[in-house]
Design a protein around this ligand. Structure first.
Ligand code: MN
Length: 289
């Protein structure tokens, strides 16, 4: 069995813009740096938070990205996204937005207008998935993945299921197209149901308990905990202690150097300098604030 390497409670939250109150699980310490969960190089978790009604949607204004993908998984609340390559849309509960910044985009992320007016509970994950060097300068791409497009694979015997976003589970696969092998799913488990996951040993693997309480190979993990799995074996088991939603991430490490600064993730310092130059020269396009 794959051992539990670390169970982390959420680090102190901070705000991204004024719309995302996040705990940064990756990178968060010397044990979980940008390499440890490679190709998942950054993970911000907006634990369940109530936003008061407002006429001015909260969020993050126009900013650039190059060299990787941003994946937003919505559990509660609604966000609107626009980018300079023409991608955009609104995602709500259960939906995923998969933006491939690659050679470069400008984008902005705000709470959707109606949601902002009414206020409400907000809970999301934003994940950065690194790109292999040969795809870092490929054209930007946008995938809006609605919840209804995700395959649901039944597990246990009380109506539990695995909701597939990317990669495979048993003989089913998720709708997202990816540039390197990654598996992303939500395990939606009823009390006492369990599921066994199996990923190649060298795939970096972790879970976030979005809702409820679980046992991972018999070890308890509560709501909002990040569970890092060791690379000692392939299989592990998740059992729900009460009704639970668990985000499960596993990916093949991209064995290339990581040069990261702010919104750019490249392979060398020279490429980072080039990214800043191209951004300042307006080569990322235009987006109205
Ligand atoms: Mn962004």
């Amino acid at each position: 069995m794959r051992e539990v390497e670390l169970i982390m409670t959420p680090p102190e939250p901070h705000f991204v813009g004024d719309g995302f109150r996040v705990h940064t699980f990756i990178p968060s310490s010397y044990r979980v740096d940008m390499h440890r969960m490679n190709p998942f190089i950054m993970l911000d978790y907006n634990s369940k938070h109530y936003f008061e009604p407002t006429d001015n949607p909260r969020g993050v204004g126009v900013h650039p990205h190059r060299g990787f993908e941003t994946v937003t998984i919505a559990y509660k609340g609604r966000v609107a996204h626009h980018d300079s390559s023409g991608g955009g849309g609104v995602i709500g509960e259960g939906d995923v937005q998969w933006m491939t910044a690659a050679s470069g985009v400008l984008h902005k992320e705000y709470h959707e207008e109606e949601f902002s007016k009414n206020g409400g509970w907000f809970q999301m994950v934003q994940l950065w998935v690194n790109l292999p060097s040969k795809y870092k300068m490929s054209p930007p791409k946008y995938q809006a993945i609605e919840n209804s497009h995700m395959n649901r694979v039944p597990v246990g015997d009380q109506g539990s299921f695995i909701e597939l976003i990317a990669g495979d589970f048993q003989n089913h696969s998720g709708p997202a197209s990816t540039f390197s092998p990654v598996h992303i799913s939500n395990a939606k488990l009823k009390t006492f149901d369990s599921v066994e996951y199996c990923f190649p040993k060298h795939f970096n693997t972790a879970l976030i308990v979005i809702e409820g309480t679980i046992e991972v190979n018999g070890q308890a993990a509560g709501t909002d905990n990040f569970v890092l799995m060791s690379n000692n074996d392939e299989k592990f088991n998740i059992k729900a202690s009460d009704d639970a939603t668990v985000l499960v991430l596993s990916g093949e490490p991209i064995n290339e150097p990581i040069a990261a600064h702010g919104p750019f993730v490249m392979n060398s310092r020279d490429e980072l300098v080039q990214a800043f130059r191209d951004f300042e020269a307006g080569k990322f396009g235009y987006l109205q604030d």
